[in-house]
Design a protein around this ligand. Structure first.
Ligand code: ADP
Length: 263
């Protein structure tokens, strides 16, 4: 489990009405679900919004071992004593932070059970190990992300969970915006940024390749970063865009040939 606390001012380029939606959701303290493939700016968006609203952000990257204990807290042995240690969810509930459960569908089912009473009018957290119920601070807000495109045959979110959230879809930005993002993130020249975005869009449209996940903005940003810091363009595209996408040798070769023509 990774817990980050916001330090720097994040850069986020709006792609639709997501900022307005978030502000109203925050005002009404309605939980929000950010849906979309990996690397489409969901985490960056929530970092940006937390900064805009001047709220502390606590991020939990959920995985298959993430349990309600990890979120709520546990007893630890300190010297001769047993002391209670609040988990990140309890901390956020008490101090009124924004809690971001990244990839919530990956977590163990008891995590979903634990957040239910926080996602309706009760806005309270039951800490079973202490036998206490904590009322959420009025500034507390729950945000979760979810990748509906997973093809690994697991982890859907139940309708009864989904319907507790306002949901916003994230996708790859249109070329003009994605080019701007690359330039802003890496200071790469605009011509190369445009070419990288064209490569991204070309591969995204090659549905016949049957890739589980396609080129994300994150991969394009990574390619732009290593080009900007001096690695040759073609090599950068191979290692930052082609290789992360697939292990199939024929597909790798076909993608490398395609990219070589475009950069
Ligand atoms: P996700 O949480 O959806 O997996 P991230 O928020 O981590 O994706 O985005 C990956 C990277 O893509 C970011 O670090 C940033 O460089 C870039 N990025 C994607 N979308 C945007 C955007 N709209 N504005 C600014 N940067 C973006």
């Amino acid at each position: 489990m990774l817990v980050d606390t916001l330090i720097n001012i994040p850069y986020y380029h709006a792609v639709g009405k997501e900022m307005d939606v978030f502000k109203q959701a925050y005002k009404n303290k309605i939980p929000i679900l950010l849906k979309g493939p990996t690397g489409t700016g969901k985490s960056r968006f929530i970092e940006y919004m937390a900064h805009q609203l001047d709220k502390k952000l606590i991020t939990i990257s959920c995985h298959e071992e993430t349990s309600s204990t990890d979120l709520i807290g546990r007893f630890i042995i300190k010297g001769a004593e047993t002391v209670w240690l609040d988990g990140p969810l309890t901390t956020a509930v008490k101090e009124g932070s924004i809690l971001y459960l990244d990839e919530v569908a990956e977590a163990r089912p008891d995590v979903i059970v634990a957040i239910h009473s926080l996602t309706d009018h009760r806005r309270e957290l039951f800490i079973d190990k202490l036998g206490v119920t904590v009322k959420a601070h009025e500034d507390f807000m729950l945000v979760a992300s979810f990748n509906p495109g997973y093809q690994r045959g697991f982890k859907e979110l139940k309708p009864s969970t989904r319907q507790r959230f306002i949901a916003v879809s994230f996708d790859y930005p249109e070329p003009k915006i994605e080019t701007e993002i690359l330039i802003n993130e890496t200071e790469i020249d605009s011509d190369t940024a445009k070419k990288l975005v064209a490569i991204g869009n070309k591969i995204r449209n090659l549905t016949e390749l049957g890739l589980t996940e396609t080129v994300s903005t994150r991969l394009l940003v990574d390619a732009a970063k290593i080009i900007h810091s001096g690695l040759p363009k073609r090599l950068s595209v191979h290692v930052a865009i082609v290789e992360p996408l697939t292990d199939d040798l024929q597909t790798i070769q076909a993608l490398k040939d395609l990219c070589d023509l475009m950069i």
